[in-house]
Design a protein around this ligand. Structure first.
Ligand code: PXL
Length: 276
C-alpha cells in the first residue's frame, strides 16, 4: 500500500489542513501519515484560537521513522507556521527519498496574507518550493512568491508568464489554483518546465467560495500522483472534487461557513479516481 506523509497543522474546527488531508488521502486508498506541526482549536479565521506548537516533536518523529526504515511514496506539505517549520519541511524532503514532492505554499488568499504571516515568510517559502516536484499556490500566493503585486485580474498569457517564473524558483512543475479564464468557470493552470508544456482545466464555478478548498485540492492532487496518475488527471480530479464538495455544501440549507461538506463528496472521489 502506498504511504504518504503530510506535514501541516491540526485545526480541530475548520475543515482544513490535516482534518481534510487525512480523510481525503485515506479515501483514495493511500496510508495517510500525519506530521502535525501544531494543534489549534480552530483555523485562524476564527477569533481567540488556542494554539499548541509541536515544532519540537517534528525532528524526533522524523528520526524515529528513519530508524524504522519506513519508506514513503510521497510528501505533501501544507500550512506551516514559522521559519523553523519551513526549515524542518526542507529537512523532511532531504531525509526521505520519495517519488512525489508537493508543496502547497499556504499563506494567503484574495490578495491578503493570512493572520500572522509576513513578506519575509513568503520569501523563505521559496526555498521549500525549490525542493518540490509540484507547487500549487493560488494566485495570491504565486504573486507573493514572486514578489509582484497581486494580480486580481489576468489574461492567459499573464498566467503562463507567472507559471514560468514560479518554476524558475527550482520546482519542476507549478500549478496555480482558482484560475478563472471565463465567466462562470474556475479551475487550475499548470506548467511543466521539463516538457515546457502548459495544461489547463476549467469546471463550473459554484456561487460561493469556501475556506479549506485549497487544502482539499492539494490532497486529491497529491493522492492521484502517488497512485501513479498523470498530473492532468490529478488536476482534473482535484478541481471536480472541490466543485462537488462546494455543491453539496450549498445543497444543505444550514451549512456552516467555515468549510465544505467534503465528507459527503468522498464517494464521488472514490468513483472518479478509478476512471483512468
Ligand atoms: O487552509 C489553510 C489553513 C491551515 N491551517 C490554519 C489556517 C489556515 C488558513 O487560514 O488558519 C491554522
Amino acid at each position: 500500500m502506498n504511504r504518504l506523509i503530510t506535514m501541516q497543522d491540526i485545526s480541530c474546527i475548520g475543515k482544513c489542513s490535516l482534518t481534510t488531508a487525512l480523510p481525503v488521502i485515506s479515501a483514495m486508498g493511500i496510508e495517510a501519515v500525519p506530521l502535525p506541526t501544531a494543534v489549534l482549536s480552530a483555523h485562524t479565521m476564527f477569533h481567540d484560537v488556542t494554539f499548541c506548537d509541536l515544532t519540537d516533536q517534528i525532528e524526533p518523529i522524523m528520526k524515529h521513522w528513519k530508524k524504522e526504515e519506513l519508506c514513503f511514496a510521497g510528501i505533501y506539505t501544507g500550512y506551516l507556521g514559522s521559519f523553523k517549520q519551513l526549515q524542518l519541511a526542507e529537512k523532511l524532503f532531504d531525509t526521505f527519498d520519495v517519488s512525489v514532492r508537493v508543496v502547497d505554499p499556504c499563506m494567503a488568499d484574495h490578495g491578503k496574507l493570512y493572520t500572522g504571516f509576513t513578506m519575509e515568510f513568503a520569501h523563505a517559502m521559496r526555498n521549500l518550493c525549490a525542493k518540490a516536484d509540484y507547487i500549487c499556490p493560488n494566485m495570491s500566493e504565486a504573486c507573493l512568491l514572486l514578489d509582484i503585486p497581486y494580480c486580481s485580474t489576468y489574461d492567459e498569457e499573464t498566467v503562463r508568464q507567472i507559471l514560468r517564473k514560479l518554476t524558475d524558483i527550482g520546482c519542476s512543475s507549478a500549478l496555480i489554483t482558482g484560475i478563472s479564464l471565463q465567466e462562470g468557470k474556475t479551475g487550475a493552470y499548470a506548467y511543466d518546465s521539463k516538457t515546457k508544456e502548459y495544461s489547463c482545466y476549467q469546471t463550473d464555478m459554484e456561487p460561493q467560495s469556501f475556506h479549506g478548498t485549497g487544502d482539499i485540492w492539494a490532497s486529491v492532487f497529491t493522492g492521484c500522483l502517488v497512485l501513479g496518475k498523470s498530473s492532468d488527471f490529478a488536476m482534473k480530479t482535484a478541481c471536480e472534487f472541490v466543485r462537488e464538495a462546494i455543491h453539496l455544501t450549498l445543497a444543505e440549507e444550514n451549512h456552516n461557513n467555515y468549510g465544505t461538506n467534503f465528507e459527503q463528496a468522498l464517494p464521488y472521489l472514490i468513483r472518479n479516481i478509478h476512471t483512468q
